[in-house]
Design a protein around this ligand. Structure first.
Ligand SMILES: *Cc1c(COP(=O)(O)O)cnc(C)c1O
Length: 428
């Protein structure tokens, strides 16, 4: 997804956008919390001593510097485990969720090769899962990519049919990073458990936002990352179940045998302390925060829907993350809309690849046409967004969409009730 440039709002293009700046609004304004979150100041405060005074290597066994670092890492393990209903020993530290997803999928494919070579995933996964699946396919695995329905959810019956006697792993994300849709994780976990298949979930967008319980949901392996829950970038974890069943994962990085032999390398102690603190805060505040963000998200949605026609929501609103709103503004070009609101950081439904502007594969998987996908915006509300910000963004989007549509003959025709799919365009 592409994000707007955070430039001061001097260049408004040809549009005279005259929304006055209300009190409490500071520009540029960040509303892209699925891409990354700002760090919570309490997290930074917890991390700081581990850069300076407490700099020990957690693997040093001979002195207090090492013990102190190890103690801090153990505390973080507890904090993370508690948030997802795991035990501390089941937490393996990594450099982030991209690595966690790679370790889970490649490590299981390698370890369970004797038992089978079939993996099941679905089409709207993050690239860290899809590209890893492509890699293991090259190494002899068979991968089934389940489709999603128009609301973004998989059909559990499709999953039932896809499992065969060679299936070793199902990997389905908890919450989607573009459309915020929550997959039926407990149902998937139950099915996998009954069929004796391991279940991995990329829970990056869900952990700390909605309740996650690895036992109640029968999750065997789970990826998470600190920077999507108000922690630092470059640190994450993989939960690996130790009992019922005991999951084995072939290491993908060798050297030293840290992290129960699954992931060697000196631990990033300050980062791990930050991840732990971020999880502790999330556990204490998640419930209230989810209520607040749901209310803010609904306020944004209602303002946009009641002031604009030809808009629609992408992804089931019933099974949805609190802070996510993905909306299409039909007959508006998403990039022009982003330029019109260039002091607000959100993402469009276009992925900037090297040369071309590709519509998002997630939106296309829901059945959206290219132009509707290009007209889509992802709003990602987070801990530090306020109601004043929501109101400012809503007013601004409404204003810019109206101005862009004034210039759009397609919008005029659609408003007059002409079915644009049936128009015979004259060739010149
Ligand atoms: C951000 C994200 C990732 C990648 O996490 P990193 O820690 O940045 O590597 C993986 N999956 C999902 C769903 C994400 O949103």
């Amino acid at each position: 997804m592409s994000t707007t440039q955070n430039q001061p709002s001097t260049a408004q293009g040809e549009f005279d956008v005259s929304v006055s700046l209300p009190p409490g609004i500071k520009l540029p304004l960040y509303m892209d919390n699925h891409a990354t979150t700002p760090m919570d100041p309490r997290v930074l405060e917890a991390m700081l001593p581990y850069f300076t005074d407490k700099f020990g290597n957690a693997a040093s066994r001979n002195h207090s510097f090492g013990w102190e670092a190890e103690q801090a890492v153990d505390t973080a393990r507890e904090q993370i485990a508690r948030l997802i209903g795991a035990t501390a020993k089941e937490i393996i530290f990594t450099s982030g969720a991209t690595e966690s997803n790679n370790l889970a999928i490649k490590g299981i494919a390698e370890m369970y090769r004797e038992r089978g070579n079939h993996i099941i995933t679905q089409v709207t996964e993050h690239k860290a899962v899809l590209d890893t699946c492509k890699r293991v396919e090259k190494q002899g695995c068979r991968v089934t990519y389940l489709p999603v329905k128009a609301d973004g959810l998989i059909d559990i019956e499709d999953l039932k049919r896809a499992i065969d006697d060679k299936t070793i792993l199902v990997t389905i994300m908890f919450a989607n990073n573009e459309i915020g849709v929550l997959q039926p994780i407990a149902e998937i976990g139950k099915l996998c458990h009954e069929r004796g298949v391991l279940f991995h979930t990329d829970a990056v967008q869900a952990v700390g936002k909605v309740p996650v319980d690895v036992n109640a949901m029968n999750i065997d392996v789970l990826s998470l990352t600190a920077h999507k829950l108000y922690g630092p970038k470059g640190v994450g974890a993989l939960y690996v179940r130790r009992r019922n069943p005991r999951v084995q994962i072939a290491p993908q990085i060798d050297g030293g045998g840290h992290e129960r032999g699954m992931r060697s390398g000196t631990l990033n102690v300050p980062g791990i302390v930050g991840l732990g603190k971020a999880c502790e805060i999330a556990r204490e505040e998640m419930h209230e925060e989810a209520k607040r963000l749901t209310a803010l998200r609904d306020r944004l949605k209602e303002k946009l829907e009641s002031n604009l026609d030809f808009v629609h929501i992408n992804g089931s609103m019933e099974h949805h993350l609190p802070g996510n709103l993905n909306m299409s503004f039909v007959h508006v070009e998403g990039e022009s809309l982003l330029m019109g609101i260039n002091d607000v950081a959100v993402s469009s439904g276009s992925a900037c690849t090297s040369a071309t502007l590709e519509p998002s594969y997630v939106l296309k998987a829901l059945g959206l046409g290219d132009d509707v996908a290009h007209s889509s915006i992802r709003f990602g509300l987070g801990r530090f967004n306020t109601q004043a910000e929501v109101d400012y963004v809503a007013d601004k989007v409404i204003d810019v969409v109206r101005k862009l549509r004034e210039l759009s003959p397609l919008y005029e025709m659609a408003k007059e009730g002409i079915d644009l799919t049936k128009v015979q365009w004259q060739a010149h």
